[in-house]
Design a protein around this ligand. Structure first.
Ligand SMILES: *[C@@H]1O[C@H](CO)[C@@H](O)[C@H](O)[C@H]1NC(C)=O
Ligand SMILES: *[C@@H]1O[C@H](CO)[C@@H](O)[C@H](O)[C@H]1NC(C)=O
Length: 307
């Protein structure tokens, strides 16, 4: 009896030991994988030659889907001011100059009220991420109300399962609700097919698969491309060059968003996103490298800082 019990205990001990060894092996091998992935900053593929896409001709009539009715996004502008949300716009006093541009483009829930001297008051086009819809919905009057004779377009982008008519996502219903309240505003969503083309564009430009490299495109990426599609000339305000954060010293910390003075530091946000490959991250710095190339092709200039 005692012998039998001893054998039984030994068997359990062996099974337990094998289990523990396997668990350790799995943990160990996954941590090797992770450390390679987690600490390597995101870079464009080595020796990658960007395959250029002509952004002036790549748009199709189905790229932007009207939220109500059947209008098309047909806006064209000779001169556009693209106002970034960076706190680099604070104190530049470029509001009047921006307002004098034929079209003024803004992003997400970046406000004008209270910041007119620096960022102006007109908005012709606003590009809004799915993750910012709730902020726009909370104070729709700030983003949707247009003065007499004014016209405004909003383009909402998001993953296709959240941003299409047949999706049951609450974020799309929220878009429908705000847009039906403000009839003078033209609302569009980025078509599912176009979302894939934006991913593909990222891959052609960087040599890296957007999803497999755990990258998220930023609202800046969508906005820059849409601006190139509709504007002959673009002046970008408040966007730093790609090397800016690498050279930055501790003393020039600046909030990521001009309207959130206590928010995170811009360079810290950029570097953390660039250096992380676990989870999904924005590649703000890589995107700016691409913008720099596009600037040579599409009449884009950068101001405050100039580059
Ligand atoms: C620092 O700035 C210079 C030009 O001002 C740029 O060429 C260089 O790439 C930057 N350094 C880093 C680490 O990004
Ligand atoms: C650059 O701007 C000029 C003058 O506005 C315009 O004629 C030309 O078509 C623009 N080029 C591109 C590539 O948009």
């Amino acid at each position: 009896m005692a012998l039998k019990e001893g054998a039984h205990i030994r068997r359990i001990a062996i099974v337990a030991a094998i289990f523990i060894l396997m668990t350790l092996f799995i943990l160990f091998s996954s941590s090797i994988g992770d450390s390679q992935v987690a600490y390597a900053p995101f870079r464009m593929a080595k020796n990658h030659t960007p395959k250029s896409t002509n952004l002036k001709t790549w748009a199709t009539k189905d790229d932007y889907v009207p939220v109500h009715g059947n209008q098309r996004l047909s806006q064209r502008c000779r001169h556009c001011a693209l106002v970034s949300s960076s706190s680099h716009v604070l104190g530049i006093k470029a509001g009047a100059e921006m307002d004098a541009s034929e079209c003024v483009i803004r992003m997400n829930d970046a406000p004008t009220a209270g910041y007119e001297a620096d960022v102006g008051e007109r908005t012709t086009l606003r590009v809004v991420a799915h993750s910012s819809v709730s902020k726009v919905a909370r104070r729709p009057n700030d983003f949707m109300a247009v003065g007499d004779g004014g016209h405004r377009t909003l383009v909402f982008w998001g993953p296709p399962n959240k941003m299409t008519k047949d999706s049951k996502a609450s974020v799309y219903r929220s878009v429908q609700r705000i847009c039906s309240t403000y009839k003078q505003v033209s609302c569009f969503t980025v078509a599912a097919e176009k979302m894939h083309r934006f991913d593909n564009l990222f891959q052609l430009e960087t040599g890296r698969d957007r999803q497999r490299s755990n990258s998220w495109l930023s609202t800046g990426w969508f906005t820059m491309v849409i601006a190139i599609e509709i504007c002959d000339n673009i002046k970008v305000y408040g966007m730093v060059p790609p090397g800016y954060c690498g050279n930055r010293t501790e003393s020039n910390k600046l909030p990521y968003h001009y309207y959130k003075p206590r928010g995170s530091d811009e360079c810290l946000t950029y570097m953390q996103n660039q250096n992380n490959q676990k989870g999904s991250h924005h590649r703000f710095i890589t995107e700016k490298q691409v913008f720099g190339r596009w600037a040579l092709l599409y009449n884009i200039t950068f101001a405050h800082p100039a580059w």
